[in-house]
Design a protein around this ligand. Structure first.
Ligand code: T3P
Ligand code: MG
Length: 208
């Protein structure tokens, strides 16, 4: 019994970090722009520095009405999610984070409502860039609020779902479209390359 208690006490000390894919590990916006220009060169586009909304369609529709079906045809196409380029430093940071004592990292990502390619391709992306082991640590859900963890690193400033007060604290990963948004007190992680993610994780670990 004492042994059991010991194990559960140790388990409680594990910091559970949930990390989003698109906009945090994989460059959804950048890849969309490349594909958009290739597929619809006659249509207007928005430079990455000028992006202002989380959902592409919300800003593109202000440029020209009726672009929605074309926009969807790009990110719903076969191969789009599998071909997303990794964000600089993300994969190395995640592997290192998962090796830190008392830290367990999980991928927590939403497939599109049109799940046909995005759900399988997200797993394929993880396997390719992080390794097959990470399939065991990949959670695909349309509702991140029901997932248990201490931190969720996610580029979407407004994460909504069935649970009003999720177990995790939301750390916003900086993206062009959210850099001017009011985070209402939430922490930010700006990139994976300047090492600040290590301080963030150590900070959360201290508070366990
Ligand atoms: C439609 C759309 C989806 N996405 C991403 C967010 C979700 O992935 P993730 O949870 O990995 O960030 C996924 C489904 O909506 O596609 C964008 O980032 N921008 C968009 O405009
Ligand atoms: Mg995202």
């Amino acid at each position: 019994m004492a042994g059991r208690r010991g194990i559960s006490a140790m388990a409680q000390k594990q910091l559970l970090v949930l990390v989003d894919l698109d906009g945090v590990m994989a460059d959804f916006d950048g890849h969309f722009l490349t594909k958009w220009k290739q597929t619809y060169p006659e249509e207007p586009f928005i430079a990455l520095e000028d992006r202002k909304t989380f959902y592409l369609v919300d800003q593109y529709e202000t440029l020209k009405e009726g672009l929605k079906p074309k926009i969807k045809s790009v990110y719903q196409s076969k191969g789009f999610f599998r071909e997303l380029p990794p964000i600089a430093g993300a994969c190395d940071a995640l592997k290192e984070m998962n090796e830190m004592e008392g830290v367990k990292v999980f991928i927590c990502s939403s497939p599109l409502f049109f799940y046909k390619y995005s759900s399988t391709e997200k797993f394929a992306w993880v396997e390719h860039y992080l390794g097959a082991d990470w399939i065991n640590r990949t959670i695909l859900t349309r509702d991140k609020t029901i997932v248990n963890g201490h931190i969720l690193i996610d580029d979407n400033v407004k994460i909504k779902g069935a649970v009003d007060c999720p177990s995790w604290e939301h750390v916003v990963f900086t993206a062009h479209y959210n850099k001017h948004m009011n985070l209402r007190g939430k922490k930010r992680l700006d990139n994976w390359t300047d090492g600040s993610w290590r301080d963030l994780i150590m900070d959360f670990k201290k508070r366990l």
